[in-house]
Design a protein around this ligand. Structure first.
Ligand code: ADP
Ligand code: MG
Length: 275
C-alpha cells in the first residue's frame, strides 16, 4: 500500500511539535511520533488520535501533580479507590464512596468524617480522596491530629499562630487522621477548634476517628467545645460509618488458613513430624 499523500508531512509534524512545546505538553509531545505513525499506517482515526494525544498529556500531568502533592501534601503513601475491596467491607456503600471521588464535596465545601474501629480502611479512603484531589490539581494537606496539634502548639509558642492557622486554611482539602487515639490537652483542643472554625464553610476537611461523636467530649476533655465542634462539622458533612472487621487482621487470617491448607508434600511433612 502506498502511503504517499496520507503520510504526515515533516513540516506539519514540526508545527505540531512546536505547538505542543509552546503549550508545555511534554506527555503529548513524547506520544506524538507514535500516534502519527499509527495514523499514517491507517491504524488510528483522527478522533481517536486526538483523544490519545490529550490522554498522554493528562496522564503525565496527573502523575506530576501527584508527585508534587506527595511532597507538599505529605501523603504518607498512595492509596486508590481501585485498591479498595468493597466486598470485604459491606457497610461501606460503593455508590457513596464513588460519588465522593467525583469531588463535588470540595466545591460545596463539605466535610467527610470516616468513623470505625482500627483497620477498616478509614485512612485508605481518606488517602484515596486526597490522591484524587491532588490529581485534579487542587491543594491537599495530610496530617494526623497529633502532628497537627504539635505544629500548632509550636507555632503558638513562637508567636506565629495566626500565620500558621492562615496557612492551614489555604488547602482545598485537609485530611486530619487518627482523632481519638491519643489524649489531647486543653490547649490542643482549643487550637484544633480554632482551625476547624476557620475552615468551616471555607474549605473541606476529612476527619477519621475510631471514636463515635458521643465520645469526642472525652477526647477533647471538654463536652461543650466538642459539641460545638461536632455541630459545625456535621452541618455540611458526609458521614461514613464503617462497622466491620480489620483488613489487617484479615491478612493474618488468610495466612493462618493458608498454613492449615498447605499443599500435599507440606501436609505429609507435618504428618511425619506429628507421628
Ligand atoms: P484504619 O485507618 O481504619 O485503621 P487503614 O485504612 O489504615 O485502616 O487500613 C489498614 C490496611 O488495610 C491498609 O493497608 C489499607 O490499605 C488496607 N485496607 C483496609 N481496608 C481495605 C479494603 N476494604 N480493601 C483493600 N485494602 C484495605
Ligand atoms: Mg488509620
Amino acid at each position: 500500500m502506498s502511503r504517499t499523500g496520507t503520510a504526515t508531512a515533516p513540516s506539519l509534524r514540526d508545527r505540531l511539535r512546536g505547538q505542543l512545546a509552546d503549550l508545555k505538553m511534554p506527555g503529548a509531545l513524547e506520544a506524538l511520533d507514535d500516534i502519527l505513525r499509527r495514523v499514517d499506517g491507517g491504524e488510528l482515526a483522527a478522533g481517536e488520535a486526538l483523544a490519545q494525544l490529550l490522554g498522554a498529556h493528562i496522564t503525565l500531568r496527573n502523575a506530576r501533580r501527584l508527585q508534587t502533592a506527595m511532597r507538599s501534601a505529605r501523603l504518607p503513601v498512595v492509596k486508590t479507590l481501585g485498591d479498595f475491596d468493597f466486598s470485604f467491607q459491606p457497610s461501606v456503600k460503593r455508590e457513596q464512596i464513588e460519588s465522593l471521588h467525583t469531588l463535588g464535596f470540595l466545591e460545596r465545601k463539605e466535610n467527610i468524617v470516616l468513623l470505625g474501629p482500627p483497620g477498616v480502611g478509614k485512612t485508605h479512603l481518606a488517602l484515596s480522596l486526597a490522591v484524587a484531589t491532588a490529581e485534579s490539581g487542587r491543594r491537599v494537606y495530610f496530617t494526623t491530629l497529633a502532628d497537627l496539634l504539635h505544629s500548632l502548639e509550636e507555632a503558638q509558642a513562637a508567636g506565629r499562630l495566626t500565620h500558621r492557622l492562615r496557612t492551614l486554611v489555604f488547602p482545598t482539602l485537609m485530611v486530619i487522621d487518627e482523632i481519638g487515639y491519643l489524649p489531647i490537652t486543653r490547649t490542643g483542643a482549643m487550637l484544633f477548634f480554632q482551625l476547624m472554625a476557620r475552615r468551616y464553610e471555607h474549605a473541606s476537611t476529612i476527619l477519621t476517628s475510631n471514636k463515635s461523636f458521643e465520645e469526642w467530649g472525652e477526647i477533647f476533655g471538654d463536652e461543650v467545645m466538642a459539641a460545638a465542634l461536632v455541630d459545625r462539622l456535621v452541618h455540611h458533612c458526609h458521614i461514613v460509618n464503617i462497622c466491620g472487621n480489620s483488613y489487617r487482621l484479615r491478612q493474618h487470617a488468610d495466612l493462618a488458613r493458608r498454613l492449615h491448607t498447605a499443599p500435599e508434600p507440606a501436609d505429609q511433612r507435618k504428618e511425619g513430624r506429628r507421628r
